[in-house]
Design a protein around this ligand. Structure first.
Ligand code: MN
Length: 245
């Protein structure tokens, strides 16, 4: 390619990007595919570019549509041969995963965990959400996790120590206390009888396009998009026993 063509290609790319940026956000936020079984994705609730620059639009689009979407497709395929998947809530299936049909148990467990983890993840991020915890949630973080600054430091350190792929979570334990924990792969603390208050995805697909190998930088920047309003709602629901995935 000579320099003239290269320049034209660049200009063409810029024009395309401008057209996309000018589109109303409702168009930029592509709908998830129509479900073909009992499992479906909740709407993302914001545009793919809404969390820029902390999480880039291409990562959000790929993560929501392709990665989470694959769990939905897989679960709907499993549901064709495993009727329990059509009749039980996700939370119950996760809590009782060891009773799933043996032939498909690990596959269903991994995809259920992936669905639950990502459903939580999209909810607890937002552009312009509350920047700090308030009320009962702030009190619980101070009491159980040493305050917000210590929580962030410990959460980032724990996320950095996850070897390979996994998640870092803050859970609500059976006694109502908050705890910091990690899980490998797509495991989810509901599988161990806990409730998930919030968590961050440290699989490379969550950050690699923008941050490459700099997971620590992703973890640090991620707090800029944490939605403390929603996390506070989830805490109230956890205490009331009404928290969903
Ligand atoms: Mn993910």
């Amino acid at each position: 390619m000579n320099s003239h063509l290269s320049r034209r290609a660049l200009l063409g790319g810029a024009a395309t990007a401008f057209t996309f940026a000018a589109m109303p956000r409702v168009f930029a936020q592509a709908a998830s595919p129509a479900p073909t079984g009992p499992f479906a994705q909740a709407p993302l609730g914001y545009a793919f570019d809404a969390l820029e620059p902390n999480i880039d639009a291409k990562t959000m689009e790929t993560h929501y549509l392709r990665h989470h979407g694959a769990f939905i497709t897989n679960l709907n395929n499993f549901a064709k041969d495993n009727g329990v998947l059509a009749s039980a809530p996700v939370e119950k299936l996760l809590a009782e995963w060891q009773q799933l049909p043996e032939a498909a148990r690990m596959g269903i467990k991994n995809n259920l965990g992936g669905h639950a983890n990502h459903s939580m993840f999209w909810q607890i991020m937002a552009p312009g959400g509350a920047k700090t915890p308030e009320g009962d949630l702030k009190a619980a973080i101070d009491r159980d996790l040493g305050g917000l600054d210590k929580l962030k430091a410990d959460f980032n350190a724990a996320g950095g120590r996850v070897f390979g792929s996994g998640w870092v979570f803050v859970t609500v334990e059976k006694d109502g206390k908050l705890a910091l924990t990690t899980r490998p792969n797509q495991d989810n603390p509901i599988m161990d009888g806990k409730m998930v208050l919030f968590g961050n995805d440290v699989w490379e697909h969550a950050y690699y396009l923008k941050y490459q190998n700099r997971r620590a930088e992703y973890l640090a920047n991620w707090w800029n998009v944490a939605n403390w309003s929603k996390i506070g709602e989830r805490f109230a629901q956890a205490k009331a026993g009404t928290l969903k995935i």
